[in-house]
Design a protein around this ligand. Structure first.
Ligand code: PGA
Length: 245
């Protein structure tokens, strides 16, 4: 199983020129990487501009087509040869009101359309402080994966992103990440089975930088990383990819 390094550009950069330049620098930098898989998730409108690396979208709608102003379907993404869709990112949950039920509908639609899912879960600071971390992770997993079959789960990568660690510079410790990754595997094994749990890729995300990235892969049992801020700097991102080889 190759480690997976996902660049989540979020709402950046502002111009096509900057987007193309960032993409080309990353592409060049990772061209000799053999043992890690890189996925770039830019804003929707930049997706058709890029060739040569695996692409993912940051979101999509659960409906197929019709009167849904402003939405993008999984089928549109498939037609553009996009392979992955990030679903359930905490910013979608927080700013766009996405519930576990909506996340579940989106996951189902993406899988039915033949794309793969990067399924984000993670507790907030309040939930962690209240001792509810595992309860929240288990709920997000069970609700998000409701009705997803043993075959379908193979097309899902789970990203553990503690909300308090995202964009704060306050990355989760290796020990705490390790215990969360183990817990996530345990829940997946009770929903499916041990074999499936062992083969599911679990990423860590939240203030990943090149000076902490390698430790999540080497010491926390993560199978890759979801990188936000640091993916906007090609040099830094390429170092992160290298650390995952
Ligand atoms: P960050 O974001 O690396 O900027 O903390 C990670 C994410 O939200 O996916």
């Amino acid at each position: 199983m190759k480690n997976l390094i996902v660049a989540n550009w979020k709402l950046n950069p502002t111009t096509q020129k900057e987007a193309k330049s960032l993409f080309e620098k990353i592409k060049k930098g990772v061209s000799r990487i053999k043992n890690a898989e890189v996925i770039i998730c830019p804003p929707f409108v930049y997706l058709p501009l890029f060739k040569g690396l695996t692409l993912g979208a940051q979101n999509c709608f659960f409906g197929e087509k019709g009167a849904f102003t402003g939405e993008i379907s999984a089928s549109i993404l498939k037609d553009l040869k996009i392979e992955y869709v990030i679903i359930g990112h905490s910013e979608r949950r927080e700013y766009f009101g996405e519930t576990d039920e909506v996340v579940n509908k989106k996951i189902k639609k993406v899988l039915q359309t033949g794309l793969k899912v990067i399924f984000c879960i993670g507790e907030t600071a309040e939930e962690r402080d209240a001792g509810k971390k595992t309860e929240v992770l288990e709920r997000q997993l069970r609700e998000g994966l409701k009705g997803i079959t043993k075959e379908e789960i193979k097309k899902i990568v789970v990203a553990y992103e503690p909300v308090w660690a995202i964009g704060t510079g306050n990355n989760c410790s290796v020990d705490e990440t390790m215990s969360s990754v183990l817990f996530i595997r345990k829940v997946i094994s009770t929903i499916y089975n041990r074999g499936i749990a062992d083969n599911t890729r679990i990423l860590y995300g939240g203030s990943v930088k090149s000076d902490n990235s390698g430790s999540y892969i080497k010491n926390a049992g993560a199978n890759g990383l979801l990188v936000g801020g640091a993916s906007l700097n090609a040099e830094e991102f390429n170092k992160i990819v290298k650390s995952a080889e």
